[in-house]
Design a protein around this ligand. Structure first.
Ligand code: NAD
Ligand code: HSO
Ligand code: ZN
Length: 446
């Protein structure tokens, strides 16, 4: 018998069930208190604070003039990364690019809403965006691909990556390779809350950006929440989490194999197997220790903390319907539907950021090379946010054009509403004061 947390949903009261929905970032207050002074220091001291925090939190020596990655560092990275890894980065980028090209909105559309009245949307890239690539409990060239590719497709003119330095002051080599292959060549060596503050306020080296996207530890999530009135912080992507839903058509051992994927990210991750089959649940529970013997010590430590703790384990539900209900309440970042008939379950799931179907689509494949974005909302934010996409890197302006013949009718209705709302200038603007312009101008858009 293993010490994996095992929850029989039918025996839990409402409070205990609600506890299962909690994530590491459900209560950010501890992290907020820690990052507030970091943010203030970066605002006041700029590069000097980045150098100091690199030493304190990353044990890294980075000089002020070494914060920006140089072309020589990119070259060294290409020389040091194994050819096979570069090939896989290229493979991943090509799928991610293919997927995200589909999301590229047309530059502008306009329809004739009624005779002589035209309206539509125009999309333009955000002028400057920062991409956060984590590096605490792992290196993330995959996050570099997932954030850079859609930003480049969107046509963002100024893209910069921020990422924590290693103790030797370098940026992870494969991250630099992925950045360059995706089309991003500005990389700053700073991570955590100090990186979010740097791109929000700017420093001597780091140029401020209008938006920051990318996942991170609760320190990053807390910094984003504090700075959300200074910089657009995009979708909330914190510690990785997954639900592996399994029905009786699969072996519980496969669910065990897959629940370990996201459980190994860190002790702050969350990962559950959800099943209504006691046989699947028991088989999964028995199989997990065997997989631990095939993992590195650090990843065993992380996944054990998750699966034996309060944010992971096995949830046995009383019925298939209760499994769906729990999954929708939980709103996971990643959901695997482990079934030989996964599409039979799909219609019942409405709240999940990523839904991976069947036994050949494990989270690993989607994390790296499937094509859809693996930067996803966590902590139940999947109920109102979707995955990172090209749309995160563009903004929309609406465009309207009223022709002279169409104007009087619209003016009549607008005038009435302006008067009702008590806005006299609004009303005057659609009164006879405008008449000198009637009959002038184009009768169709350009
Ligand atoms: N949701 C997603 O789409 C997604 C995708 C990939 C990764 N992730 C998650 O992103 C997270 C990345 O976290 P990470 O830790 O690996 O890297 P990270 O870069 O987010 O965090 C490391 C940084 O945190 C800061 N930090 C560490 N300890 C601190 C302290 N005591 N006080 C203040 N700051 C401190 C440091 O500046 C350090 O550089 C993981 O939890 C992973 O699961 C999520
Ligand atoms: N699981 C992460 C998103 O939550 C993505 C990732 C990258 N590398 C490994 N995993
Ligand atoms: Zn992962």
């Amino acid at each position: 018998m293993s010490d994996i947390s095992f929850h029989d949903l039918s025996r839990l009261d409402a409070g205990q069930r609600a506890d299962l929905l909690r994530r590491a970032e459900t209560d950010l207050s501890v992290f907020i208190d820690k990052v507030r002074p970091i943010i203030q220091a970066v605002k006041e001291e700029g590069d000097a604070a980045l150098v100091r925090f690199a030493r304190e939190f990353d044990k890294a020596t980075v000089s002020k003039d070494g914060i920006a990655v140089t072309p020589a560092e990119f070259e060294r990275a290409f020389a040091s990364v194994e050819k096979g890894v570069i090939e896989s980065i290229e493979f991943g980028i090509s799928n991610i690019r293919k997927f995200h090209e589909e999301q590229r909105p047309e530059t502008m559309w306009m329809k004739e809403m009624r005779p002589g009245v035209y309206a539509g949307d125009r999309y333009t890239p955000i002028a400057s965006v920062a991409l956060y690539v984590p590096r605490g409990k792992g290196a993330f060239p995959s996050v570099t691909m997932m954030t850079s590719v859609p930003a480049v497709i969107a046509g963002v003119p100024r893209i910069a990556i921020v990422t924590p330095p290693a103790p030797d002051g370098s940026v992870d080599a494969a991250t630099l390779v992925a950045a360059k292959l995706a089309g991003v060549e500005t990389v700053y060596k700073c991570g955590g809350a100090q990186a979010v503050a740097a791109v929000a306020y700017g420093t001597e080296t780091v140029r401020p950006a209008l938006k920051i996207v990318g996942p991170g530890s609760p320190f990053v999530v807390a910094a984003k929440s504090l700075l959300s009135s200074v910089i657009n912080t995009g979708l909330p992507a914190g510690p990785s989490e997954a639900i592996i839903f399994a029905d009786e058509s699969v072996d519980g051992a496969l669910a065990a194999l897959d629940v370990l994927i996201e459980a190994e990210h860190g002790p702050d991750s969350s990962a559950y197997i959800v099943t209504h089959s006691r046989k699947v649940a028991e088989a999964a529970r028995n199989a997990i220790p065997g997989y631990w013997s095939q993992m590195t010590e650090q990843r065993v430590e992380f996944s054990r903390a998750v699966l034996t703790g309060k944010r992971g384990g096995i949830i046995l539900t009383p019925s298939l319907e209760e499994s769906y209900r729990f999954i929708n309440d939980y709103a996971p970042e990643h959901l695997e539907i482990l079934s030989l008939e996964p599409f039979a379950h799909l219609a019942h799931i409405t709240e999940a950021a990523e839904i991976l179907m069947g036994p050949h689509t494990p989270v690993t494949i989607a994390n790296f090379v499937l094509g859809p974005n693996a930067v996803l909302p966590t902590s139940r934010w999947a109920r109102s946010y979707g995955p990172l996409s090209v749309h995160d890197f563009v903004k929309r302006s609406s465009v309207g054009y009223v022709t002279s013949p169409a104007y009087p009718e619209l003016a009549k209705h607008a005038r009435r509403l302006a008067r009702y709302e008590g806005f006299s200038s609004h009303e005057n603007a659609v009164s006879e004061l405008r008449e000198p312009y009637l009959g002038r101008g184009r009768d169709t858009p350009a």
